[in-house]
Design a protein around this ligand. Sequence first.
Ligand code: URA
Length: 458
Amino acid sequence: MYDLIDKKRYGGKLTCEEIDFIVKGFTDGDIPDYQMAAFLMAVCLNGMDKEETVRLTLAMAHSGDMLDLSPIKGVKVDKHSTGGVGDKTTLVIGAMVAALGIPVAKMSGRGLGHTGGTIDKLESIPGFNTSISTDKFFEDVNRLKFAVAGQTANLAPADKKIYALRDVTATVSSLPLIASSIMSKKLASGADVIVLDVKTGSGAFMKTLKDSVALAAAMVQIGNGAGRKTYGVITDMNQPLGRAVGNTLEVIEAINALKGNAPEDLMEDALVLGQYMVYGAGAADSPEEARKMLEKTIEDGSALKKFAEMVEAQGGDPSYIYDTDKFEKAKFVEPALSPADGYVRTIKTDDVGIASLILGGGRETKEDVIDHAVGLIIEKKIGDEVKKGEPLAYIHANDKEKLEAAKERLISAYTIGEKPEKLPLHVYGTVTEDKIVFEQEGLSEEACPGGVNLFGDH
Ligand code: URA
């Protein structure tokens, strides 16, 4: 290990055998934390090329169970978001794509920190059970084309161990390390088609378009390099997605979206990601055709029906889907008022997530218990005109003290300016195996100064 640290320290390229030795040795406990930490820092400083990153990802993916989804018939599609505030897209897309007969076998995580998890959101529905056996998971996907399960398998244990070390050694923000971390879990989850929602902006892991595009490009190359059809869509996280933040509130917003009443940004996110899931599965001749098919699942009610069927199959009460007034409500609902006249310029999206966390809607540690009913409904988004004393958002709380703290956090997340703002785009661009397509002129130069490099190390 000493020699390999030294090699990477001087920018050398590691062989496949060397990378496998490091990952296996560290996972088995033969390589101590201090040597792995030194190695990770050398990677942060000197990087890894495409071949090294693909091998690192495969070694981490194979460090635990590799899920075999072959008992599920058809092309299995998966979707992954790098994490955002108010991101309930999985609930909407899963139902839409499954309504087209395409199997969505979704393994989801719980939320930690300012971003929420799909599993926590679904558990807002009384009776809903995400701890289902692998057999039931396969059976439900074969029968209904849609199931959502918590991660029970031992997926990519090397990543868990490496991530814990990165977290305390200032080695998280390294493109090959982030890309291999995310993709090792995706490859281990077994889907044939992977669509990545790479968020960019104030609430995202990657704050700049340049970093987000680089991450998307690297992950798409890794996925395709490992034989999975992979697409990356770069979408906005400069403000919460939709208007609801908090578990029950987000589920209600997702159900309303399936009923045809979606905020524009949420439906755009769902359609763009969904179109690559459907196209990637071979069910449409073009992404544009796939989009039309998905829109139809909303118009004819088949996506809503699919969602209710999935909920019922996993022990949830489907009557809540048809009558969202049945969901338990928070005791207090109060507005957070604008301190000034003007237009919303920016929203510190992380802070909106933290406001929800303060209310009890998220977890600071793994042991925290979530209060599903609390959260926020955002009234004013970027570009909106606002008068002093008008609500920026409504806070749903079960505790007065937490309500006041969340209100303060929410108000301080906003900057109000005198002039109307240019609205952020919903979608910035899409990365496929061989190209990056940007949604607007000028973005290519911003994201890839000096030219597009598909492995992302611009
Ligand atoms: N999410 C992950 O799973 N891994 C990283 O390294 C960063 C974000």
